[in-house]
Design a protein around this ligand. Structure first.
Ligand code: KIV
Ligand code: ZN
Length: 503
């Protein structure tokens, strides 16, 4: 049996800090639960010093998650390390991840530190983190543009101070695979004590080589891979978890390496991140894109029908893509509904199951058949926790290309109902304005998208809005699904507002 590669997931830290990907507390907990089900070894749950919200989310995750190590990021600064430790101290297994830049450009212009000062800071802060926690990772930020001999000194210093994992990140996505492998080889040959620690890689995708560089690193002796679901992350993103894991799994003949990830959860995790962040993956995205297992040309279809392996190097089932079975209709009961959800890999709390079943019944009244994708759409809009503050009762739209659109919106908040009317240049805008009047907040719509979730005339539309409330500086994602595009949009807007109040 080959080496086992540790999977370090940073969706909740590097992924979450990228534009348009922010998540609230409940969403982060939901993602952490899914990562634990996926069996990732380490969950980087956030950057505790960044905000009280980040710290609270990391603590909550540390309390709940039992099987994965919970990690918080910290700069080489004592107060960062204190905050990181406070956030993760209750975890079953905790890790502090400290980082400091080591490239000439970062040291001179960002840190304004000399190389000697960087070495001192690494020695001091890694040792400081070790006083709290036996598991300390040190990252040399921008390591791939750092002088290799200096990097050896930095890593020797970190090892002497007690680091147990050394991360060699490609912070700016600059590497070519063979070059990265050669750097790892050099570091392994010239850093004293390196054989006693775990080596990690963390690759960004600026030149589209994050996954290739990760795999080159692994071949050169890296045994921890840092990655994110769907490859979300700063700028062009990070190495994608599903691509790294499926490359190792599908090409086990070549790598002879193992990892603990339950690949049948991959599709579900990917859908969850798309739903929560409102950031869709491209149809051609490997492993989880809509076309990843679709065969369009006649020759391919014929081949796959004769023998799947002609054009499929892995099966959709191996990554948890459900078979597109038509299973439910308006006469289906709660049991059938729950059973199908189980088959698709979802197990909901009784409270969420109730909400989802009510939504299913409403949909089944409108659609003849409810497909798996419809069920996933329903699950995706079940609020992750808490009651909805506002809910849509009904709406009336008057619109056309020769008149100003008007919207009358009625919503419920507890036992009260509110109704307002507004006019604008289109039905969606008019609806949003009417809701703004009800909520009494200044709400800025920063982004809006609409797409079809399923096929056919009675397809469900999914609307995603990104809003900012009262200039809070925080972008909130709202999502709504309906067979009516205006209703989907209104629901998405209300969903975003509910999330604002939930926080
Ligand atoms: O890209 C990077 O260098 C990082 C470090 C904090 C590991 O995200
Ligand atoms: Zn990064």
């Amino acid at each position: 049996m080959g080496r086992t590669i540790r999977i370090f997931d940073t969706t909740l830290r590097d992924g979450e800090q990228s534009p348009g990907c922010s998540m609230n507390l409940n969403e982060k907990i939901e993602v952490a639960r899914e990562l634990e089900t996926l069996k990732v070894d380490i969950i980087e749950a956030g950057f505790a010093i960044a905000s009280p919200g980040d710290a609270a989310a990391i603590s909550a995750i540390a309390d709940i998650i039992k099987d994965s190590t919970i990690c918080s990021l910290a700069r080489c600064v004592e107060k960062d390390i204190d905050a990181a430790w406070n956030a993760i101290r209750n975890a079953n297994s905790a890790r502090i991840h400290v980082f400091l830049a080591t490239s000439p450009v970062h040291m001179q212009y960002k840190l304004k530190m000399t190389p000697e000062e960087v070495l001192e800071s690494v020695a001091h802060n890694v040792a400081y983190a070790r006083k709290y926690c036996p598991d300390v990772e040190f990252s040399a930020e921008d390591s791939t543009r750092s002088d290799l001999d200096f990097l050896c000194r930095v890593f020797e210093t970190a090892i002497k101070a007690g680091a147990t994992t050394l991360n060699i990140p490609d912070t700016v996505g600059y590497m070519i695979p063979q070059e990265y492998a050669a750097r790892i080889k050099y570091l392994r040959e010239h850093t004293q004590g390196i054989e006693d620690v775990i080596l990690s890689c963390h690759m960004h995708n600026d030149l589209g080589m994050a996954v290739a560089n990760t795999l080159a690193g692994v071949e050169a002796g890296i045994s921890q891979v840092e990655c994110t679901i769907n490859g979300i992350g700063e700028r062009a993103g990070n190495a994608s978890m599903e691509e790294c894991v499926m490359a190792l799994r599908t090409r086990k003949d070549y790598f002879d390496l193992d990892c603990h990830v339950d690949t049948t959860q991959i599709y579900r995790a990917s859908r969850m991140i798309q739903t929560i962040t409102g950031v869709p993956v491209s149809p051609t995205k490997p492993i989880v894109g809509a076309n990843a297992f679709a065969h369009e040309s006649g020759i391919h279809q014929h081949g796959v029908m004769s023998k799947k392996e002609t054009y499929e190097i892995m099966t959709p089932e191996s990554v948890g893509i459900p078979k597109n079975a038509i299973v439910l209709g308006k006469h289906s009961g709660r049991h059938a509904f729950e059973d199908r959800l189980h088959e698709l890999g979802y197990s909901l709390s009784p409270e969420k199951l109730d909400t989802a079943f009510k939504k299913f019944k409403v949909l089944a009244d409108k659609k003849k058949t409810v497909k798996d994708r419809d069920l996933e759409a329903i699950i995706g809009v079940v609020p992750v926790s808490g009651a909805e503050r506002y809910s849509l009762v009904n709406f009336v739209i008057n619109s056309g290309n020769a008149i100003t659109s008007t919207a009358v919106i009625k919503v419920k908040k507890g036992d009260e109902t509110f109704e307002r009317v507004a006019a604008s240049d289109g039905p969606i805008n008019a609806s949003f304005r009417a809701i703004n009047k009800i909520v009494g907040k200044e709400i800025e719509l920063e982004d809006y998208s609409l797409k079809s979730m399923t096929d056919g005339e009675d397809a469900q539309a999914e609307a995603i809005v990104k809003i900012q409330v009262d200039q809070s500086g925080e972008q909130i994602t709202g999502r709504g699904v309906s067979t009516d595009i205006v209703e989907a949009s209104i629901k998405a807007y209300i969903n975003g507002i509910n999330k604002y109040f939930m926080e």
